[in-house]
Structure formats: structure tokens, C-alpha cells
Design a protein around this ligand. Structure first.
Ligand SMILES: Cc1ncc(COP(=O)(O)O)c(C=O)c1O
Length: 398
């Protein structure tokens, strides 16, 4: 790809051609256990028969019809998603950043209405997010992201009206939410920021503070959603009832898609013309989304996700390696810190990721010294064992 595609990703020079279950194969025929799942996208793994069939069937029926009209798949998926999540309305889009942009726009309009629909900036317009959060790479979602590294001067100016608070800081809650705040936007487990599960008691207190101040609560479930943490939505198990939920990544099992779902006070804020997108929620996406929901809501599926995650954590902890610290996370969204100084020759997460790839294991990183595990939710015990065996061999060589 070098020379053809903008080198934005620093991609490894591995060219994948196919996959089955939780195994990928490159163009030289070498196979890899997939603990990345396209960064939490391929929840049903590769080549899942029901997903393949849905793509084939839908390609023969209609790939796209435009949002001038409704589609049977679009209506069916919207209904199923709302039923499964307890939300009341959905806006479909194409990615996580777009889902969050929609949520930010909705919150701003909510605040504008609450401020009496002024001609200029509404008094209630601030979006509160967390330090170490990640919400996307559009200009507004970069600004929402609570990490300085994402506010590079090269892309300035960024939009105003964002405030970052520290997860776990109960003290700041009394001052952070004043009558300028339109919404709190929160990840229950910060993914890109280092796989940091946020203390549920603090999440509930922050949501309550936001509500008491008249603001909306937005759960960014782009990474945590669709079963990743062992519940369909992480916000369910964290004990908050968000007014807005954003989803993407796994929502259609690998077909690019996102969603921003609303309820209660947020339900009717968007009206005709407020927000739109050409591809959003087309029949192909929605046919695949339906399959994902059907699989995820099968009895025992989500408890299986929790069991597999717990088993991975337990196995890694049992190795007792001095340079492994703090294995954490929920379901199959796990992080593990490396302590380079405790290694014979210090290596960071990217170095270990490279060694794993060479040895036939795809693994992700989340920061300088954090390895991240996001395997397909359908990964089998055998695939987990094979992946962990490769991982252990790599770690033992450090
Ligand atoms: C929590 C969260 N929000 C938003 C995004 C952005 O999603 P996308 O890359 O689909 O725009 C991500 C991507 O990693 C994410 O983890």
C-alpha cells in the first residue's frame, strides 16, 4: 500500500486476504489468531455464516435506497435496536465519530431550546467529557476528547464549549455542572485512553450531577457497546440510564455503521432537516445489524463474553511475570500494563505488538505501555488458548 494510501495509520506490512472465526490469513498463507477484531468491530468474527448470508441476500435485493425513503431492513433494525436497548428513537450514521457528532449537535440543540432559542450561542451549550476520553477524529469530537495529544495546533481552531473533568474526582462534580452545561458525555470503560474502567459509583454520581443541573447524559458506547463488556450496553451494568447512546464499531459486525439513540428528554429534539447523511442506515447496514443483534441476544451469549474475559484475565495473571501489571477490563475489553523496566531489554506495547504479530497473534495497544485485547465475541476456548500460548511465548522472550 505504501505509496498509494496516505500513511495515516502506520500500518504493519501484513496483507490480510481472508478470515474464519477468530483466525486471519495473510497473502503468504500465514495464519494469525485475532485478538483485535478490527478494533472491536468483528464481534461475530470473520465469515460468520448468518452475516455472510445477510450480505449476499441484501446485495440481491437492494444495497441502498437513500433516506428520501424508508427501507424494510432499516425499519426492522431500528425497531429491534430500540427494543434491545430500551431507547426510543435512533439516528443512523456511518461511524463512531459521526454518532458522537450527532450527539453533540443534539445536546447543543437541547441546550438552545432550554435557553429560550437565542439568536447567538445558547447559554446552555457546554459538553462535559472526561480526561483520557476518546470520542473521535472530527474537529468537534477531537475537542471533546480529553487528551491534549489530540488537540494538535496544526488543526486549530477547535470548536469552543467543551470541559474536561477527571474520572473518579467526586469533588469536581459540584462545580463542573452549572447552568451552561448541555450534556455529560462519558465512556464507562475508556478504550483508546488506556482501557480504564471508570468507577461505577463515580459514573452514577456524575450522571446525577449532570441531571440535577438540567443537562443530558450521553453514553459513548462506540467501543463498549454491542456486548463488548458482557452486557449489550456497558451503561446498563454501570447503572446509569443515559438520555443518548452512541454506537458504531460492532453494530453491523464489520459493515461501516453507527447509531445515535435517544430517549426521554432527548427523544424529540431532532426534527426534520436537523441532521442527515447519505449512506446512513442503508438496507445493507441494517440487514447486518439485525444479524448482530440476533446473535448477541441469544440466551447465554453475553454471559459467555464475561466468562471468556474472566478466563483470559485469570490465565494471564497465573503466569506471574514481573513485567505484567494491572490486568483489567470487562467482558472481552481487556487491558494489561507492561512494566518495561522489569524486562531484560525494555520494550513498549508497540514493540510487543510487533513481536506478537510476527509470532501469529494480532493484539492491540492503548497507550505507550498498555496492551489491549478485543477479540471477536464469538471466539472459542480453543482459539483463546492458541492466542494465549503465542502471547506467553512472546512475553517469556522479553
Ligand atoms: C469510545 C469511542 N468513541 C468514538 C470513536 C470513534 O469511532 P470511529 O473511529 O468509528 O469514528 C472510538 C474509536 O475508537 C471510540 O473508541
Amino acid at each position: 500500500m505504501a505509496g498509494f494510501v496516505v500513511n495515516n495509520y502506520g500500518s504493519f506490512p501484513v496483507v490480510f486476504v481472508s478470515g474464519k472465526g477468530s483466525t486471519l490469513t495473510d497473502r503468504d498463507g500465514k495464519s494469525y489468531i485475532d485478538f483485535v477484531a478490527g478494533i472491536g468491530v468483528n464481534c461475530l468474527g470473520h465469515g460468520h455464516p448468518a452475516l455472510v448470508k445477510a450480505v449476499q441476500d441484501q446485495a440481491q435485493r437492494a444495497l441502498h435506497v437513500s433516506n428520501y425513503y424508508l427501507s424494510d431492513r432499516g425499519l426492522a433494525f431500528a425497531e429491534a435496536l430500540l427494543k434491545a436497548t430500551g431507547m426510543e428513537r435512533v439516528y443512523f450514521c456511518n461511524s463512531g465519530a459521526e454518532a458522537n457528532e450527532a450527539a453533540i449537535k443534539l445536546a447543543r440543540k437541547y441546550g438552545w431550546l432550554a435557553s429560550g432559542s437565542p439568536a447567538g450561542t445558547a447559554q446552555r451549550h457546554v459538553i462535559v467529557t472526561l480526561e483520557k476520553s476518546f470520542h473521535g477524529r472530527t474537529i468537534a469530537t477531537l475537542r471533546a476528547t480529553g487528551q491534549e495529544v489530540f488537540h494538535a495546533p496544526a488543526f486549530a481552531p477547535y470548536p469552543e464549549g467543551f470541559r474536561h473533568i477527571r474520572a473518579g474526582d467526586f469533588g469536581c462534580l459540584s462545580t463542573a455542572f452549572d447552568d451552561t452545561v448541555a450534556a455529560l458525555m462519558i465512556e464507562c470503560v475508556q478504550g483508546e485512553g488506556g482501557v480504564n474502567p471508570v468507577d461505577p459509583a463515580w459514573v452514577r454520581a456524575a450522571a446525577e450531577a449532570a441531571r440535577n443541573a438540567g443537562a443530558l447524559v450521553i453514553a459513548d458506547e462506540v467501543q463498549t457497546g454491542m456486548g463488548r463488556t458482557g452486557a449489550l450496553l456497558a451503561s446498563e451494568s454501570w447503572g446509569i440510564e443515559p438520555d443518548v447512546v452512541t454506537l458504531a464499531k460492532a453494530i453491523a459486525g464489520g459493515i461501516p455503521a453507527g447509531a445515535c439513540a435517544f430517549r426521554g428528554k432527548a427523544r424529540d429534539v431532532f426534527v426534520s432537516g436537523d441532521h442527515q447523511s447519505t449512506f446512513a442506515g442503508n438496507p445493507l447496514v441494517c440487514a447486518c445489524g439485525l444479524v448482530v443483534l440476533q446473535e448477541l441476544t441469544r440466551p447465554g451469549f453475553l454471559s459467555g463474553v464475561t466468562q471468556k474475559g474472566d478466563a483470559i484475565k485469570k490465565t494471564i495473571a497465573s503466569w506471574n511475570l514481573p513485567f505484567i501489571a494491572n490486568i483489567r477490563g470487562a467482558g472481552l475489553m481487556l487491558g494489561m500494563d507492561l512494566v518495561p523496566d522489569a524486562m531484560k531489554s525494555p520494550k513498549n506495547a508497540r514493540d510487543v505488538q510487533t513481536l506478537c504479530l510476527n509470532a501469529g497473534l494480532c493484539i492491540s495497544t492503548a497507550g505507550e505501555n498498555t496492551l489491549r485485547f478485543l477479540p471477536p465475541l464469538v471466539i472459542t476456548g480453543q482459539e483463546i488458548d492458541r492466542g494465549l500460548a503465542i502471547f506467553k511465548t512472546v512475553l517469556e522472550s522479553l
